[in-house]
Design a protein around this ligand. Structure first.
Ligand code: SF4
Ligand code: SF4
Length: 403
C-alpha cells in the first residue's frame, strides 16, 4: 500500500461530464432533443458520433448485415442489466434501524458478501469528488416513471441522475470497488462474438452483484448506491485505483497484480463507516514505459505508444476511445485484445504469481520480463479459437466467418 495513487496530478482535476463519453454519444438518437443540443454545442463531434452510433444501433435493432447470433448474445447479456439500472434498483431509502459494526469488521463482512456473490477482488477507498460525473449522460432510460411493484417503485427520494443532463451531486464518503474476472480463453479470441459473450456476461454479473451489495447495505441502515454498466454516477477506473485494485496503465484500464487487465469493474458508494484499503504501487508506471504490448497490438491504434500527457489535471497515457469504438463497429464485435495481451493477464498459477512478484519488486528485471513474455506468448497477438457452441454453421455472419 502507498500513500497516494501512482498517477501524477498537474493541477486541479476537473470533473468529467458523462455526456462526453463515447458510450453516451453513441447512444444519442438522431434528431432527439438530447442529440440536437449536444451537437449544437459540439458540432465537430457530429460526424464521428453518427458513425459510433451504428455499432450500438446494429446490436440493439439488428439488420440485414448483422450477425444474428451475436445480437442474441447482446440481447441476453446487455438488456437485463437495464432493469437493474432503474432508480429503485441502484438506490433507495435505507432502513430506519441500523446495525452498527466497527469499521474493520464492517469492511470484512462487506468484502466477504461480495466475494460470495462472485466478485474476484473487492477494495474500499474514499470517494473523491473528482471522480463523480458532473452530469448524467447515459441514454435516458428514465423518461417515464417506472411503477412495477415490488421492486420498480418509482424514484427514491434524493435520487441523482434521473434524466440525461442532470447535474450530479453525490456526497457518499466511501467507495467499494468490485472487480470481476473475464475468462481469457474468451477474451483472447480478438474481436468476436465470444468476446461479446464474455464481456456481456461479466457486466451482467457485475450489475447484479453491485445492486445486491447496495441493497444489503441499505437494509443494514446505511445509504448505498450501485454504479454499474447501465447507470454510473462515478468513474469506476480512478475509484478502483484509489481503493487499491491496481494501477492506471497504458491501456487506459486498471491493471491488477492478480487479475492483469482482464476484468471489469462496478462500484458501490456508501456512507456506511468502513475501513479503507489504500492505493498500491506494483510498478505499473515503469512497467508500461518498458512494455508497449497493448499499443503495438491494438488494431485501431487507440492506445498511445508515446509519453503520458495531461488530461483534465492527470498525467496519463491518453487513449483514443473513438478509434477503439469505431473498430468495434467495423468488426461488429467487442474487442479485448489489449486486455488479453497484457503480460499481467495470466492464470492464477504459482509460476505466474512468482513472475508477478519479480515484476513488482525487481524494477531492473522488468524489461527482461517483457521480452520473456514476447518469447513465451508471442509479441504479436495470436487469436484463440472461439468455442464451437458460439460458431455459426450455415447461418448469416459478419466479420471473420466461422470465428
Ligand atoms: S479494445 Fe481493441 S481496439 Fe479498443 S483499445 Fe483495446 S485493443 Fe484497441
Ligand atoms: S500491455 Fe504492457 S503497456 Fe499495456 S497495460 Fe499491460 S503492461 Fe502496460
Amino acid at each position: 500500500m502507498v500513500e497516494k495513487p501512482t498517477f501524477e496530478t498537474t493541477g486541479e482535476i476537473t470533473r468529467f461530464d458523462e455526456r462526453d463519453t463515447v458510450f453516451s454519444r453513441e447512444a444519442l438518437v438522431s434528431g432527439s432533443p438530447e442529440e440536437t443540443e449536444y451537437h449544437r454545442l459540439n458540432p465537430d463531434m457530429a460526424d464521428v458520433d453518427a458513425r459510433l452510433a451504428r455499432f450500438i444501433v446494429s446490436k440493439m435493432e439488428g439488420g440485414e448485415d448483422v450477425d444474428q447470433l451475436a445480437r442474441a448474445v447482446y440481447e441476453s447479456h446487455f438488456i437485463p442489466p437495464a432493469a437493474l439500472a432503474l432508480p429503485g434498483m441502484v438506490d433507495g431509502t435505507p432502513e430506519s434501524s441500523r446495525i452498527e459494526w466497527d469499521r474493520e469488521g464492517a469492511s470484512a463482512r462487506i468484502k466477504e458478501f461480495a466475494y460470495a456473490l462472485g466478485a474476484e477482488d473487492v477494495r474500499i477507498g474514499p470517494l473523491r469528488q473528482e471522480w463523480v460525473y458532473s452530469h448524467k449522460g447515459s441514454r435516458p432510460f428514465f423518461r417515464e416513471e417506472y411503477v412495477n411493484p415490488p421492486y420498480f417503485s418509482g424514484t427514491p427520494e434524493d435520487y441523482q441522475g434521473k434524466l440525461y443532463g442532470d447535474a450530479i451531486e453525490l456526497d457518499h464518503p466511501t467507495a467499494i470497488s468490485i472487480a470481476f474476472r473475464q475468462e481469457k480463453e474468451m477474451t483472447a479470441t480478438g474481436s468476436t462474438r465470444a468476446v461479446d459473450f464474455e464481456v456481456g456476461r461479466v457486466y451482467a454479473l457485475s450489475a447484479l452483484v453491485s445492486v445486491q451489495l447496495a441493497r444489503f447495505i441499505r437494509a443494514l441502515g446505511w445509504r448505498a448506491r450501485a454504479h454499474h454498466l447501465r447507470n454510473y454516477l462515478v468513474l469506476c477506473v480512478p475509484v478502483a485505483v484509489d481503493a487499491g485494485i491496481g494501477e492506471l496503465a497504458r491501456c487506459g484500464y486498471v491493471v491488477s497484480r492478480s487479475l492483469g487487465a482482464n476484468f471489469r469493474l462496478a462500484t458501490v458508494t456508501t456512507d456506511m463507516p468502513l475501513a479503507c484499503d489504500g492505493p498500491v504501487d506494483i510498478g505499473m508506471q515503469d512497467f508500461c514505459s518498458k512494455c508497449m504490448k497493448c499499443a503495438t497490438n491494438c488494431p485501431s491504434g487507440a492506445i498511445s505508444d508515446g509519453e503520458k500527457i495531461e488530461v483534465r489535471g492527470v498525467r496519463k497515457w491518453k487513449i483514443n476511445p473513438e478509434a477503439c469504438l469505431l473498430y468495434w463497429g467495423k468488426t461488429g464485435y467487442t474487442c479485448s485484445i489489449c486486455q488479453a495481451v497484457c503480460p499481467w493477464t495470466k492464470p492464477k498459477k504459482l509460476l505466474h504469481r512468482g513472475v508477478a512478484a519479480v515484476a513488482v519488486n525487481v524494477p531492473w528485471l522488468r524489461r527482461a520480463l517483457v521480452l520473456g513474455d514476447d518469447i513465451v506468448y508471442g509479441a504479436k497477438f495470436r487469436p484463440a479459437h472461439i468455442p464451437e457452441w458460439l460458431r455459426v454453421a450455415g447461418g448469416r455472419t459478419r466479420g471473420s466467418s466461422g470465428r
